[in-house]
Each structure stands twice: as structure tokens, then as C-alpha cells.
Design a protein around this ligand. Structure first.
Ligand code: PLP
Length: 445
């Protein structure tokens, strides 16, 4: 493959943008390819090379790169009529109604412009509502580039995970391992009266893919109820992907107080949202007193793209298509691994998948998995599935950079540059794409 154009663009980018990119995960060694355009389930780079795309914009593109006619015309019409106004529009109401109709715990929604903005506002809302400062997050969970959740450490021994964040932010953030019910009980026993919220991804998608074990989310729900704390489900990745239109909370039958969304709900345009019971969401200004505002929030082009994308998914067999293809991919990969690299593990559910470089049994776990995929309790591979971020961390290896990223890319398959971020199957992928991908994995391995 020729990458001359990408290399040149990267050289130019390096002199005007830090690291040559606008989001850190896009920087790969020796240089990323620059995309010229998307095409269905594929992308074409600046040198004309074509790749089957499983990055899918890091999650927003449920339907792939070719927007269906209904999405395209709604977006074009909105853009043509003046992109935004600083006054409300009908399409915002329609999207909020759609979300309330389908997501079990949501009655009201405030739209913002990114997943980060959504989690920042959710934490402020929880603190404002409860009058408490502390939040609990999962070790190796990710909630965007926000001060309160960029922490490392265990329990109440936490510190900021990036320079530039005052220590005092981390003082209010407690961490527990995902899937550890005992740690959840312990943190509430010690700090229960000060905890405003527990913030968790339903499935760890940025350091994973890790599924909840049976009873874990229920334990968080109960502890929050008992202590007057709020359970915040960060469904930025899982929203409108895992569990279809009901999201992961519908699939796992959990009733969070607040849900954060991003990615798919904007149909490929910048978006975030905070949803929940009216009593809570109405704490936001101007209905309530927790300050929340944004020039671009509820942007008409984004709202139209999100609404038409979700309507399309509701009216077509999008979820059975993407989930079916992903299941074929996961089980095909499992067969290849069994044959060629039995020390590796396939993880994922619905339309998410990943190969991680470990098969060590987790040392931290008892219980049952709710994944309903290759990680079923009756699955012979079950013991090898990661149960928390620590299990995943043990799989860290430069093999990802050496083998999958370059080897798969050269075979025409675009995987995430970060070895722990989820990859996604989209509606535009085909049986042939899956076969070609499996062949590429086989050759790469
Ligand atoms: N929360 C989760 C679970 C995410 O996966 C992400 C981003 O990947 C975010 C929040 C932040 O979203 P954004 O990148 O749109 O700010």
C-alpha cells in the first residue's frame, strides 16, 4: 500500500496541531492514515487505499458512512435553512420525545455537544441535587476528558491522571473495580452519606470490552437507593447500540437515575445528552438552579441526523443485522484463535467486538456473566473473560501495535489504534466484509 499522501499530510499536521491530531487516540505510529471519504462500511484514505472500517468514528456511525436517504435529506435541509438559530426548534422536541419513548428510565433530556459535556453536567446535576460532593467511578472506566473522572488510584487514595487537574478534584472521586460488589459495599459503608453519585459504563467499552456480572449493577442500584445517592449510567457508547433502542439499561433491566448519551444519538454529528426522570433533569437551569447552557446545544443539524438515524433503526432490521454480523465475526475469530493463538480472547456483545491478548483466568471474580454472547455462563471460554479493568490491563502488549494495527491495516482492515477500545460493526457491513476480515485476521495471526 502506498501512504505517501498520508505521510505528507501528517508532516504538515505535526507543525500546526499537537501530535498532528485533534483527539489523542487518532495518533498511531509511525503515522495515521488520513481519510479522504467514507463509503458504506469502508473508508478510503488520502492515497486511495480502501479499508473495511470497524472504528466507525469510535462509535457514532451505527448505519455506516452512507447516510440513508431520509437522514441525508433531513441534514441537507437543516443545513440549507441556516444551520442554527439560538432559539429552540421542533426537531429537538421530537428527538427528546423519541428518547423518552424508547429508553426506559428517561422522561426528559438536555442535549449538549459531546459525551464529555454530558458527563460533566451529569456530575454537576448529581452534586447539585444531593448537596454532596463525592462521586464513585470504576477503575478503568472512561467518562470523557473531564476533571472529576480523570483519576487514578484505589478507593479514596486517588490522584489526577493528567497534569493540569488540581488534586482537590480527585479528593472528591472514589474508585472501585468494575464488577466488585464487595468494594461497592465497602465504599458506601465508609462514605455513603457523602456520595452524590455512582458513575459507571454499563459495559466497560474503553478499557474492555468488560461485561457486568450478574448482580453488579443491581448492587449499585440498591446501594444508591439506600444512601440517597444517584446511579448514573454512562451510555455514551452503549446507548442505542447495546440492547437496541432500549439501550443497555433495557437489556440489563436496570433503572438508573441519570443516563448520559453521546455518539449514536447525534447520527454522526457532535452530540451529548443527559436524560432521566423529570424531577432530576428539571434541576437544570432555567427550570432549576444547576447551571447548564451551550451555544450549540440541540443543534438542528445534529438533532435531525440523530432523529432520522434512530427512526431508520426503529423501522428497519438494523440491530438484528449488525448484531448477527458481529456474532459471526466473534465466533469466527474465536475459531481462528483456538487454532492459531489460543492464548488470546475475543470479547464483545451486540455489535461490539475486540481481540485481547490474554487468556489468563481472572483472579478477581465469582459469579455469572450477563453478556448473552461469547461470554455466556455456559460458554467454555467463560473463565477466560476479563471481569474488570485490571484483567484487561494484564493483556497490554506491544503486539497490538506490531501485529494488529499495521498487519490488519495492510490487509485493508481499519481497527482502533488503542488496543482496548471497542470496535463496531455497522449496518452497511456485509457478509463479504466479515469473511474478508476473518481471512485478514487469519493471515495476520
Ligand atoms: N463516556 C464514554 C463511556 C465514552 O466512551 C466517551 C468517549 O468515547 C465519553 C464519555 C466522552 O465522549 P466524547 O468523546 O464525545 O466527549
Amino acid at each position: 500500500m502506498n501512504h505517501e499522501q498520508s505521510r505528507e499530510l501528517y508532516d504538515r499536521a505535526l507543525s500546526v496541531m499537537p501530535g498532528g491530531v485533534n483527539s489523542s487516540v487518532r495518533a498511531v505510529r509511525p503515522y495515521p492514515f488520513f481519510v479522504q471519504k467514507g463509503d458504506g462500511g469502508h473508508v478510503v484514505d488520502a492515497d486511495g487505499n480502501r479499508y473495511i472500517d470497524y472504528v466507525m468514528g469510535y462509535g457514532p456511525l451505527l448505519l455506516g458512512h452512507d447516510m440513508p436517504e431520509s437522514v441525508q435529506s433531513a441534514v441537507q435541509q437543516r443545513a440549507a435553512e441556516g444551520p442554527m438559530y439560538g432559539a429552540p426548534t421542533e426537531v429537538e422536541v421530537e428527538l427528546a420525545e423519541f428518547v423518552a419513548r424508547h429508553v426506559p428510565s428517561v422522561e426528559m433530556t438536555r442535549f449538549v455537544n459531546s459525551g464529555t459535556e454530558a458527563t460533566v453536567s451529569a456530575v454537576r446535576l448529581a452534586r447539585g441535587y444531593t448537596g454532596r460532593d463525592k462521586i464513585v467511578v470504576m477503575q478503568s472506566g472512561y467518562h470523557g476528558a473531564q476533571e472529576s473522572t480523570l483519576v487514578e488510584g484505589e478507593g479514596d487514595h486517588t490522584s489526577p491522571s493528567s497534569p493540569g487537574i488540581p488534586e482537590s478534584f480527585a479528593e472528591h472521586t472514589l474508585t472501585i473495580p468494575f464488577n466488585d460488589r464487595e468494594a461497592a459495599h465497602d465504599v458506601f459503608a465508609e462514605h455513603g452519606d457523602d456520595i452524590a453519585a455512582v458513575l459507571t459504563e454499563p459495559i466497560l467499552g474503553n478499557y474492555g470490552i468488560v461485561h457486568p456480572v450478574e448482580g453488579f449493577h443491581e448492587t449499585l442500584e440498591q446501594l444508591c437507593d439506600d444512601h440517597g445517592s444517584l446511579l448514573v449510567f454512562d451510555e455514551v457508547i452503549t446507548g442505542f447500540r447495546v440492547g437496541g433502542l432500549q439501550c443497555a439499561q433495557g437489556k440489563f433491566d436496570i433503572d438508573p437515575d441519570i443516563t448520559t448519551f453521546g455518539k449514536i444519538v447525534g447520527g454522526g454529528f457532535p452530540v451529548g445528552a443527559i436524560g432521566g426522570k423529570s424531577e432530576l433533569i428539571e434541576q437544570f437551569t432555567p427550570a432549576g438552579s444547576v447551571f447548564q447552557s451551550g451555544t450549540f446545544s440541540g443543534h438542528p443539524v445534529t438533532m435531525a441526523a440523530g432523529l432520522e438515524t434512530l427512526r431508520y433503526a426503529a423501522e428497519n432490521d438494523v440491530y438484528s443485522h449488525v448484531n448477527g454480523l458481529a456474532e459471526r465475526l466473534r465466533s469466527g475469530l474465536q475459531d481462528i484463535l483456538e487454532d492459531r493463538a489460543p492464548e488470546y480472547t475475543v470479547v464483545g456483545t451486540d455489535s461490539m467486538f475486540k481481540v485481547i491478548f490474554t487468556r489468563e483466568a481472572p483472579d478477581s471474580f465469582e459469579g455469572h456473566c450477563e453478556a448473552g454472547c461469547t461470554q455466556r455462563t455456559d460458554c467454555p471460554r467463560y473463565d477466560h473473560c476479563p471481569k474488570n479493568g485490571h484483567d484487561v490491563k494484564r493483556a497490554e502488549t506491544e503486539r497490538w501495535e506490531r501485529l494488529f494495527w499495521p498487519a490488519m491495516k495492510e490487509r485493508g482492515v481499519f481497527l482502533t489504534a488503542n488496543q482496548f477500545e471497542s470496535q463496531f460493526v455497522c449496518d452497511a457491513h456485509t457478509d463479504e466484509d466479515i469473511e474478508e476480515t476473518l481471512e485478514a485476521y487469519k493471515a495476520a495471526l
